[in-house]
Design a protein around this ligand. Structure first.
Ligand code: SF4
Length: 277
C-alpha cells in the first residue's frame, strides 16, 4: 500500500525555484509548496522596477529608445509605485525613499553606458517559455530575446548586481543554459549567444550555449526535481543554515532556530502580514 504524499509535488519548475531549493529546501517548501506569504525586499523590488523600465523602453520604436524616454518612463513608474502593494509593504521612510530612486536611476543610466538601445533588435521582452521534461514542465521568463546581425537569436538577461569574478561566471550562466534549451524547443533554433548585463558595474558577460553545458544543466534540473519529489513524498525538507538565514522571513518556524515548521502555514499569514502570491 502506498501512502499519500505529505505535499503535492509541483508540476513545473523554473530556474529561480531550482536555485531556491538548492539554497534551502525548507524555505523552498514554505514559499513554493505551502505558498506562504513571501514579502518583497528592497533589492528585489529595485530589480523589478529596473526590469520594468527597460522592458517599456525596448518596446518603443527604435528611434524613441533615448535617455529622455527612459527618464519619462522612470518618472511614470516612480509616480505609480505607491499604488503597488509590494512597494507599500517596503514602507520606505523618506530617508530611504530618496536613495532607493537614486539607485534605480543610476542602474538605468548605467544601462545606457553598456549598449545603444536604438540598434537592438528585440524579438520579445519578458518572454514566458516552457517545455515538458517528462514528469514536470520547465518554465522561465527571458528578459529579452533579440536577433543579432546575422538573424540569430541572442538571449539577454539584466542583473542589478555586480559582475561576478571569472570563476563564478559559469554559475551565473546556469539559468541561461536552460533558457537556451527552452528557446530551441519553443522557437526551433538555439541562440547564438547568452548575454548577462550587470547594471551595478556596467559589465557584460557573454557566452555560447555549448551543447554539453546545456545537457549538464538539464541533468541537474532532473536530479533536483527528483529531490523535490522525494521531499514532497516524505515531508522532509532539510535546512541549510548559513548567512542567508539572517534575511529569512521564516526563522521563527525553522528548527535551526528552535521553531516548528508545522505552525508556519497557520501563523505566517498573520505574522508576515502580506498576501501570498
Ligand atoms: S532560517 Fe535558514 S535554514 Fe531556516 S528556513 Fe530560513 S534559510 Fe532555511
Amino acid at each position: 500500500m502506498t501512502s499519500s504524499p505529505t505535499f503535492p509535488t509541483p508540476l513545473s519548475l523554473s530556474p529561480s525555484r531550482i536555485g531556491a531549493f538548492e539554497s534551502c529546501p525548507l524555505k523552498f517548501r514554505f514559499v513554493n509548496i505551502e505558498k506562504l506569504p513571501d514579502p518583497p525586499t528592497i533589492e528585489k523590488y529595485k530589480g523589478t522596477i529596473v526590469h520594468r523600465i527597460l522592458e517599456l523602453l525596448l518596446k518603443e520604436d527604435s528611434a524613441e529608445r533615448t535617455s529622455e524616454m527612459a527618464r519619462h518612463l522612470f518618472d511614470t513608474v516612480q509616480y505609480t509605485a505607491p499604488n503597488d502593494e509590494d512597494f507599500s509593504y517596503l514602507e520606505l521612510t523618506s530617508d530611504a525613499n530618496h536613495p532607493f530612486w537614486v539607485d534605480v536611476r543610476k542602474l538605468v543610466d548605467t544601462y545606457f553606458s553598456m549598449e545603444d538601445p536604438t540598434v537592438v533588435k528585440p524579438e520579445a521582452m519578458e518572454l514566458r517559455v516552457e517545455h515538458s521534461m517528462g514528469d514536470f514542465k520547465l518554465t522561465g521568463i527571458i528578459d529579452r530575446l533579440e536577433r543579432d546581425e546575422d538573424g540569430n537569436f541572442v538571449i539577454v538577461d539584466y542583473k542589478t548586481g555586480k559582475s561576478p569574478a571569472p570563476n563564478f561566471v559559469e554559475d551565473k550562466m546556469k539559468a541561461m543554459m536552460l533558457y537556451a534549451w527552452l528557446c530551441k524547443q519553443e522557437k526551433g533554433s538555439s541562440p547564438a549567444a547568452l548575454r548577462l548585463l550587470f547594471l551595478k558595474d556596467g559589465k557584460a558577460v557573454e557566452t555560447r550555449p555549448l551543447q554539453n553545458k546545456v545537457d549538464f544543466q538539464l541533468q541537474r534540473v532532473k536530479a533536483i526535481y527528483g529531490a523535490i519529489k522525494r521531499s514532497c513524498e516524505t515531508g522532509h525538507f532539510g535546512t541549510k543554515k548559513g548567512p542567508l538565514c539572517n534575511y529569512c522571513d521564516y526563522q521563527r518556524w525553522c528548527p535551526e532556530f528552535g521553531g516548528d515548521p508545522a505552525r508556519a502555514a497557520q501563523e505566517a499569514p498573520v505574522v508576515i502580514g502580506v498576501k501570498p502570491k
